[in-house]
Structure formats: C-alpha cells, structure tokens
Design a protein around this ligand. Structure first.
Ligand SMILES: NC(=O)c1ccc[n+]([C@@H]2O[C@H](COP(=O)([O-])OP(=O)(O)OC[C@H]3O[C@@H](n4cnc5c(N)ncnc54)[C@H](O)[C@@H]3O)[C@@H](O)[C@H]2O)c1
Ligand SMILES: O=C(O)[C@H](O)COP(=O)(O)O
Length: 529
C-alpha cells in the first residue's frame, strides 16, 4: 500500500500530475465534484489535496482531515482555501503563481481584440443566418492608449503584447518602482492621470480591500468617452452596477469580463447589453497553463510529503524547527508591524530598514524580517505574498530591505523597529512582546505609545492642545462605534502628538474626513490588522 494518498479535484490536468504518478509511495485519486459534506466524508484518508478555484477548503473540511499535510492550488488565487484554518491545523498551502501568466495575458489580449472588432457579436449574427457587414465597424488598437492597472506578472505580460500591437501604455501600480516600469518602456501614472487618457483599461491586481470596486461610479465618470474596459483578474475590482450604468449612458463603448463578483454567473443584467462580452473565468484555461500549474503543484506536493523545503508556500515559512521555536512569537508581531506600516506609509516605497535590539540580536532574525516584508506587502498583493517569495517580490518592486542588529533595547527585552523610506519621507514603527507573546506597538515616528496591534485601529497625528481628543471620540461615537482603547504620545507640551485608537468596527470614510477637519488634527489613517 502506498504511504501517501493524494486527492486531485477540480479537473486538474492529469498529464501535469506525472511527478506524483512517478512516485511508488504516492497514490493519486481523481475526485469528482463534491459538496462540503461529501468531501468531509472522504478527506480523512488523504495526506494531500489538489484544487483549482471550485473546491472550497473550509475550516470544517480541515477539522475532518487528520492526515492532511498539504493543499496544492493549481493556479494563483487562494481565495477558496481558508489559510488561517490551514495554518492552525498545520496544513501547508502551496500554489502555482507562474504557470498561468501567459494564458491570462493572452486571454486579456483576446478580449481586447474581440471588443475592438465586435467578434462575438458578429459570430452570433452569422450563426443566426445574418450577414451584417454594416453593424460592426470596429476600431484599431494601433496608436490607442492602454491603461494597465496592476503591473505585476500578468499586467506586464499584457503590456508587452500591447506594445507589439503599437499601443501606448500608461500604467498605475503604486507598488512598482519608476525604474522597473521604465525598463519595460512604460510610463507610470496615478489612477487619476490614467483614467481620462486611456482608450482601453485592463485591471490585473488581486482583489483586496484597496482594489475592491476600484473602477466604481467615480472612476467611470473620470474615464474617456468611448472607453473599453477589461477585467480578467478578479470579480469585484470592477463595480458591475456602475459599469452597467455607464454602458447604458454610452460612455463605455464596450466591456469584457472574465470574472464576476458572484460566480458562476449567468444572470447578470450586463449580459443583455450588446457591447458587453464575457467568458466564464477562462483566463487560465489553456492546455499549456493547466499542465504548467499541475506540474508545479505536483512537484511541490512531492517536496512537502518528503519534508523538503517547498517553493511557493502560501501560509507557513520553511525554517528549521530549532530556530522556529525561538523566533515563532515574533513572527506574528513582525507581520502586524509590516501590515500596520503599509497602511500608514505614503508615496513610492524604496527601502525598508529593520533594526533588532535586545535579546533578538543574538538570534537568526532573517525569518522575522521576511515576516515584516510579507506583512508589508500583504495588503498590496494579498493573494500571492508568502514567506518564500516576499523578499523577491520586494526586490522586484525596487524595495531594498536592510536588516541590522544592535545590543541595546531601551528598556525592553527585545525591540523590532521598522523604518520605511518612500519618496514622501520616512516612517518608523517599533514593537515588542509583553509577557513573551503579547505583541505591542511601543513607538510610532518617535512617539511613545502602548497599543495592541489587532483589529481596527485609527492613527491620528495632531497638535498637542485641548479640544482634539474629545471631538475625535464624539465623531466615532456618533457612528455607534465603540472605542476599545486609546493612547496618546507626545514629545513636548504643545508640540506634535499622536493618538492611537482601537475601535470595534471599521470607521466609515465620511467620519475619517470629519476627523481630518478637526482643528489641530494633522492626518488620520484607518488601519485594519
Ligand atoms: N482570469 C483568470 O483565470 C486568472 C488567471 C490568473 C490570474 N488571475 C488573477 O489576476 C490577478 C493578477 O495576477 P498576477 O499573477 O499578475 O499577480 P501579481 O501579484 O504578479 O501582480 C499584481 C499586481 O497588482 C499590483 N497592485 C496591488 N494592489 C494594487 C492597487 N491597489 N492598485 C494598483 N495595483 C495594485 C501589485 O503591485 C502587483 O504588481 C490576480 O487577481 C489573479 O488571481 C486571474
Ligand atoms: O487564480 C487563478 O489562478 C485563476 O483565477 C484560475 O482559476 P481556475 O484554476 O479556477 O481556472
């Protein structure tokens, strides 16, 4: 009997599973579509599972999988896998982020050309017996401006292909350096600059808090008349209601969606519009991409089952057990510090400086630095940042990471300080562990505070004078939001000060604006950890 059993779901390419079939100690079972309960009934026998986006790896599935060691996602997005529950159950999650880049980029080009030349509409008419030459006057791509939002793997592959079609590219990606874009012959712009100049707009980011409904009513209003919009990334980046409205007005001349906020989707009102075309999440559906991603996860599963260091791990860092036991409590603190700083910093980041003081100075702190970088990139790249690729992703984005150790810790047993340098200035944040495992932020931009980095927080730099703390509290209270904790730090009486609040719910945008208008408030940032 084979030592390990692997369950392959979601029509993953069997040809790509060769690396598993070649191993005598591994048995592969091809699973058919199952409900959560059906999966729960069988998952107990398996050591590994391979999924695409259909099978949901829920906490209940994981609770019933005592043998499960690894879940492989044959593709990029891991939205269908509960990463936190997987980590809690000690299940490694791996993905295949590179194998379907070309497929998704080519699908985007196909959508762009189909939109420009009305190909799906013309095909439909011909199949209905109508030879309608007049109705389908198209446009050329040559000389048109393509706005690429998200210049990562797929965005840059699309840009390269569009350059070959003699299009001008303008890109918005706040996390890519000017140099990196320049090396591709691409001009970086702000979103506000991109929207009014682009003839075609294509989005290639993960769905995050920041990118959800990025193309909303306001964005469509700012676009050029006759714009054509494409989404082959994730449903929800384009607000489908707003798209419908602007297509009805005629401002949007055409739109192509491969992904929808709700999937599967066959009843969207958009489908009734003639200038709207759609595919059922086919971006990665090529024979080549499916083999690529299946080979990648199959190899990763073999590595994981053999206890080797695995590529593309999404949830657990590969660190020696003895090092891990010492630094483990700091990994959570470091991720929180990185995540906090990512939501505070403004401008294009070019350097992250990490300083370790106190007891930590004698340890192998590299994994903690990786956790900081991962935490920092997480709100930006959500789906694809992991402990393995975080340093490379930072490097690719032109962010240098420098780590220094120093014996003294200013009264703390150990202290981690993260300085982030951008073209708008420098931000500094320090944290420590109380009682050896309770993360605390103890310094922000040189101001002493004592805040638990957890949940919803507000950071409010202000002038140290009366009638500030009260009005801030009142505005938050008016929205029935409970303040769980508040800290104020200042260096001198009457100078600058900072306020850190922990609140029980997210603070709405209009409240943040109202707080920013209080006399003496210098800035306000909502942070979600
Ligand atoms: N339709 C499909 O079948 C299909 C196939 C593959 C990938 N995808 C999706 O395509 C998307 C892109 O994949 P990728 O491999 O290129 O990812 P990637 O991580 O290489 O690139 C994402 C880029 O988005 C940028 N970004 C993040 N937040 C941003 C923001 N707020 N504004 C502008 N840019 C921002 C990042 O800096 C990064 O450069 C993902 O959502 C992925 O799941 C879809
Ligand atoms: O994130 C991905 O890799 C794509 O969305 C592809 O998803 P699929 O494997 O379900 O086609």
């Amino acid at each position: 009997m084979a030592q390990f059993k692997v369950l392959a779901m979601d029509n993953v390419s069997q040809k790509g599973l060769e690396p598993l079939y070649n191993k005598p100690d591994i048995e592969v079972v091809i699973g058919s579509k199952m409900t959560e309960d059906e999966l729960i009934a069988v998952i107990g026998e398996y050591d590994a599972m391979i999924v695409r986006s259909a099978t949901k790896v829920t906490p209940r599935v994981l609770e019933n999988a005592p043998k499960l060691k690894v879940v492989g996602r044959a593709g990029v997005g891991v939205d269908n896998i509960d990463l936190e529950a997987s980590t809690q159950h000690g299940v490694l999650v791996v993905n295949a982020p590179d194998g379907n880049t070309i497929a998704a980029a080519e699908h985007t080009m196909a959508m762009m050309l189909a939109l420009a030349r009305n190909i799906p509409q013309a095909v439909a008419k011909m199949k209905n017996g109508v030879w309608d030459k007049k109705a389908f006057l198209g446009v050329e791509l040559r000389g048109k401006t393509l706005g690429v939002i998200g210049l990562g793997r797929i965005g840059s592959a699309v840009a390269r292909r569009a350059q070959a079609m003699e299009m001008d590219i303008v890109a918005y990606d706040p996390y890519i350096s000017e140099e990196k874009a320049e090396s591709m012959g691409i001009k970086l712009a702000t979103l506000e600059e991109l929207l009014p100049v682009a003839d075609f707009i294509t989005v290639h980011m993960p769905k995050t808090k920041e990118t959800y409904h990025m193309l909303d009513d306001k964005a469509f209003a700012a676009m050029k008349d006759g714009v054509r919009v494409i989404n082959c990334a994730r449903g929800g980046i384009v607000d489908e209601e707003a798209l419908y409205k602007y297509m009805q007005y005629g401002k949007v001349a055409g739109a192509a969606l491969d992904v929808f906020e709700k999937e599967p989707n066959t009843d969207s009102p958009l489908l009734e519009m003639n200038s709207f075309i759609a595919t059922p999440h086919l971006g990665a559906s090529t024979a080549e991409a499916q083999i690529n991603v299946a080979v990648d996860v199959a190899e990763e599963i073999v590595e994981a089952l053999q206890g080797k260091v695995v590529r593309n791990t999404v949830n657990i860092p590969s660190v020696k057990p003895e090092v891990m036991s010492k630094i483990k409590p700091y990994l959570k603190l470091a991720e929180k510090l990185g995540k906090f700083q990512a939501q505070l910093v403004e401008g294009r980041v070019n350097k992250m400086e990490v300083v370790y003081n106190g007891d930590l100075a004698g340890e192998d702190v590299k994994p903690i630095t990786t956790a900081l970088v991962k935490g920092f990139l997480d709100p930006i790249l959500q789906e694809s940042v992991n402990f393995i690729n975080a340093p490379l992703l930072a490097k690719n984005r032109g962010i240098s990471v420098v780590q220094t150790v120093n014996g003294r810790a200013d009264g703390y047993a150990s202290l981690i300080t993260l300085k982030v340098i951008s073209d708008k200035g420098e931000k500094s944040l320090s944290g420590t562990l109380f009682q050896e495992n309770e993360p605390r932020i103890v310094m922000v931009d040189g101001y002493r505070v004592d805040a638990v980095p957890e949940g919803n927080m507000l950071y409010v730099p202000h002038m140290d004078k009366p009638r500030i703390i009260g009005p801030v509290g009142m505005l938050i209270g008016e929205h029935q939001i409970n303040i769980a904790g508040m800290q104020v730090g200042r260096k001198e009486i009457g100078g600058k000060a900072v306020m850190m609040l922990s609140v029980d719910a997210p603070v709405p945008e209009e409240t943040l604006k109202a707080i920013a208008e209080i006399d003496g408030v210098l800035d306000v940032k909502f942070v979600s950890l």
